[in-house]
Design a protein around this ligand. Structure first.
Ligand SMILES: Nc1ncnc2c1ncn2[C@@H]1O[C@H](COP(=O)(O)OP(=O)(O)OP(=O)(O)O)[C@@H](O)[C@H]1O
Ligand SMILES: [Mg+2]
Length: 243
């Protein structure tokens, strides 16, 4: 992969909580315009990887470069200004705020150097949010909350959207909606780094896949190659590829 096409580059990243080291030297690249997925069993460090990129967990060592800028030690606010947005695990929708107010909060941070879309423009892109713009977050279904979390991340006009298990706990038809949204956003030019427990979703959505185990990348490759590799899927994920 040439440097010119690499939007995000993570090198030898060591990170954790207090004295607990979770990431033991993670290397990964995200090519501009691609969908990259990060998969692995529970507790291997997927969320910690995203948090370390965002800056809510401070790396111990290693480097993170985004669009040519060293962002290793930046705070989440500063990382967002560089053009990275995270849709967190469990969505974190503000239950007492309306759909519009939730999205408004996402618009405060993020890039300051471009014209960001308005709250209304973003909500209009989500069919199932447009109907509920004055509803409180608490009154939305799981799928609607997930779409709201994505809308809140998009209103800052990120170049890189990171999503942490966006299909978790959703019914199969809603999983498909989330999948379609991710594909649509990528078609519109947003680069995606996706963490997924649903291996089928991860492999379908991705151009390139990294498998994480015990805080290290243990396998990587184009999604179609990983999907065809039953031995790898079984060893690191305990699943076999869908027939
Ligand atoms: N805030 C925290 N403080 C201390 N340890 C943590 C914290 N968050 C996560 N950990 C630990 O770090 C390790 C990696 O957690 P992480 O959340 O990155 O895993 P994950 O791959 O995202 O797992 P899951 O699939 O369950 O979401 C786990 O052992 C977890 O218990
Ligand atoms: Mg996680």
């Amino acid at each position: 992969m040439s440097d010119r096409d690499t939007l995000l580059s993570v090198r030898d990243l060591v990170s954790g909580y207090g004295s607990t080291r979770v990431l033991q030297g993670v290397d990964l690249d995200v090519e501009r315009g691609s969908v990259v997925t990060l998969i692995g069993r529970n507790g291997v460090g997927k969320t910690t990887t995203l948090r370390s990129i965002l800056g809510s967990v401070t790396p111990t060592s290693g480097s993170i470069t985004f669009d040519g800028t060293d962002i290793t030690m930046l705070s989440p606010e500063k990382t967002a200004r560089e053009g990275i947005s995270l849709v967190p695990e469990e969505r974190r929708v503000f239950p007492g705020l309306t759909v519009s107010e939730n999205v408004e909060i996402g618009r405060i941070g993020g890039r300051q150097d471009i014209d960001k879309p308005t709250v209304e423009e973003i909500i209009d892109e989500f069919e199932n949010l447009a109907r509920h713009r004055n509803s409180k977050g608490a009154n939305l279904s799981g799928g609607e909350q997930q779409m709201l979390a994505i809308a809140r991340a998009l209103v800052s006009a990120p170049d890189l959207l990171m999503l942490d298990e966006p299909t978790e706990g959703l019914a199969p038809s809603i999983v498909k909606q989330v999948q379609r949204k991710i594909t649509q956003l990528n078609d519109e030019g947003v680069t995606i780094l996706l963490v997924e427990q649903n291996v089928q979703v991860a492999l379908d959505a991705a151009d390139y896949v990294y498998i994480l185990d015990k805080g290290q990348v243990v396998h990587e490759g184009p999604a179609d190659e990983i999907a065809a590799d039953d031995e790898i899927l079984d060893r690191y994920l305990g699943v076999s590829a869908a027939e």
